[in-house]
Design a protein around this ligand. Structure first.
Ligand SMILES: Nc1ncnc2c1ncn2[C@@H]1O[C@H](COP(=O)(O)OP(=O)(O)OP(=O)(O)O)[C@@H](O)[C@H]1O
Length: 251
């Protein structure tokens, strides 16, 4: 059964500055939630906090809760390495390791204990298949990941995140550095993956948010202004500022 996942009164500070303000929201299973809003409104900060990546930033501090299956992930006792296995992340720019295509995918499973070569081979193949990359790379698994195109590298990073079977995938503008064809492939992939895991995506592209997400959350100045089904947010938002932003009228 899918585990409940939500935030409660979540705030994030950089020093004295409060970048994310008291956000409570939940992320339904088998769905994509898009985080939208103008630059600097706290989307990436909020996204990064969901698997405690924000902890890595000196001076950042979190208050409130992130609940997963009744456990508060913000607790100091949380094993963040295990947490990042369950909640994977893909960044804006493809960041493959300086290793072969195979080793990029095998790295995580090996780190978490899979040593058997046949099992690793299977994980590499299935992860690359899920990321719609297998056919393009199956004959060059030993080549450097850096020999791939930008779009292929980003799908490799998605495959790498999938290799440790996460339950949640966090995507921070995953297609913003890609050409339209690669963007289309990543969007298709998101639609397919949501059947097996929950996805949270930050995007500046309103068409993309409308295409790939089931739910949309509009952020402004660190606050969650509006959150609901994407169709409703895009056609009948309750807040004027949501409508202005979506229509590109935001000053
Ligand atoms: N490492 C950091 N140290 C200090 N302040 C930061 C840091 N990262 C982000 N901020 C500040 O926190 C606020 C929110 O930034 P964040 O990157 O989360 O916004 P965003 O909505 O994702 O923006 P964008 O759409 O431009 O990526 C901004 O005012 C930003 O300057």
């Amino acid at each position: 059964m899918a585990l409940p996942f939500s935030t409660e009164d979540l705030s994030i500070y950089y020093g004295e500055y409060q970048a994310v303000k008291n956000i409570s929201m939940s992320f339904p299973a088998q769905s994509v939630t898009a985080l939208i809003g103008p630059s600097g409104c706290g989307k990436s900060t909020f996204l990064r906090s969901l698997n405690r990546m924000n902890d890595e930033i000196a001076g950042s501090r979190t208050t409130g809760h992130i609940w997963m299956d009744g456990i508060d992930l913000t607790a100091s006792s949380t094993d963040v390495i295990k947490l990042r296995q369950r909640i994977g992340m893909v960044w804006q720019r493809p960041n493959p390791f300086f290793k072969s295509i195979y080793e990029n995918i095998a790295f995580g499973p090996r780190y978490y204990g899979t040593k058997n070569r046949k099992q690793l081979d299977e994980i590499v193949e299935s992860s690359l298949r899920k990321a719609a990359l297998w056919d393009e790379v199956k004959d060059r698994l030993k080549e450097s990941a850096l020999s791939l195109s930008g779009g292929q590298q980003q799908r490799l990073c998605i495959a790498r995140a999938l290799s440790v079977t996460p339950q949640i995938l966090l995507l921070d503008e995953p297609a913003s550095a890609l050409d339209p064809v690669s963007t289309g492939k990543v969007e298709e992939l998101i639609s397919e993956l949501k059947d097996e895991l929950r996805i949270v995506i930050v995007t500046h592209n309103m068409q993309q948010a409308a295409r790939v997400s089931n739910y949309t959350a509009y952020f402004y100045l660190g606050k969650l202004m509006e959150h609901g089904e994407t169709d409703t947010i895009f056609t009948n938002p309750t807040q004027q500022s949501t409508q202005d932003y979506i229509m590109g009228r935001f000053g």
